[in-house]
Write a protein that binds this ligand. Sequence first.
Ligand code: AMP
Length: 324
Amino acid sequence: MGTGALARPGRAKLDKILFFNSRADSWGRLSLRVSLLMQIFLTILDMWAASRAVRHGGKRLGLVPTMGALHEGHLSLIRAAKSQSDSVAASIFVNPLQFGPNEDLAKYPRDFDRDCELLKKEGVDFLFAPSVEEMYPAGAVTHVTVEGLSDKLCGKSRPGHFRGVTTVVSKLFHIVEPDVAFFGQKDAAQLAIIRRMVRDLNFLVEIEACPIVRESDGLAMSSRNAYLNAQERKAALVLNRTLKRVQELFDQGERNAARLADGGKVAFPEEKSVRLDYLEIVDPDSLEALTEVKKTALAAVAGFVGTTRLIDNVVLGTEEKGFR
Ligand code: AMP
């Protein structure tokens, strides 16, 4: 539905309209949809006002940032947020700043309506879905960089990626002002970098890490799995096999990082269609490469399955096994 006659409702009316979605069409007209469950905000000001109201009401607000194309991994974050907050905001924003010039920004999977349905089913209270122009108005030149960590792991092969992530996440933290924000262990380096940013810049937000959700055969769920054809889907399991070997060696008592990594890499030549980007054994907080594992370590792997870049990881030295 789109009509120039429809004015955007005043903020006072928002509490009566439980699901508000004003999406400007190509003519700049606003469309309005009403449902019973979730408020959708396209502008920073609307999102900010709603979250302020929650916090002024003394309620704990949880935020789950996403790029959409939602799967069970994302939904596990939403469920964690539901269980630990009074109100839950999710965001969907395919952040151009974290994509390199030759990466998959244009073809990144997008299905806004399906995502909305999933979020509504999970009982999300607010969805923030801004446009690129809303988030990055012309002339925006300020970025947040976590020096030293941002060029490790994926930061090495994707220069600028983590700078894009920390810039957008810090903007989301300012806009939504959540008490707690939920991130997946799937993106372990991202998690470490965001934790460091929060500490260094005194963001008043708790960061909660949620375990990796996997398909029944062990493949870590990812929106990018949608790119894989049947053959690639099978080949992608090499990432999981690699980490399993590293975990087995660790369980057998190996603590030398090079031997752990070399042992894991043995899985790779088995899969000709997958090109290893990196397999590293690093400190889970600083992301510094380790020579010996003293207590815990992050074993992180990235590889190209055809043209699709996938990542996975396991934390060694913790009770909880990260994968099957
Ligand atoms: P994305 O939409 O890929 O930016 O991911 C949004 C959030 O979901 C990030 O915190 C991811 O770490 C998390 N996430 C993505 N895939 C998974 C997964 N398989 N298990 C747990 N969390 C995930």
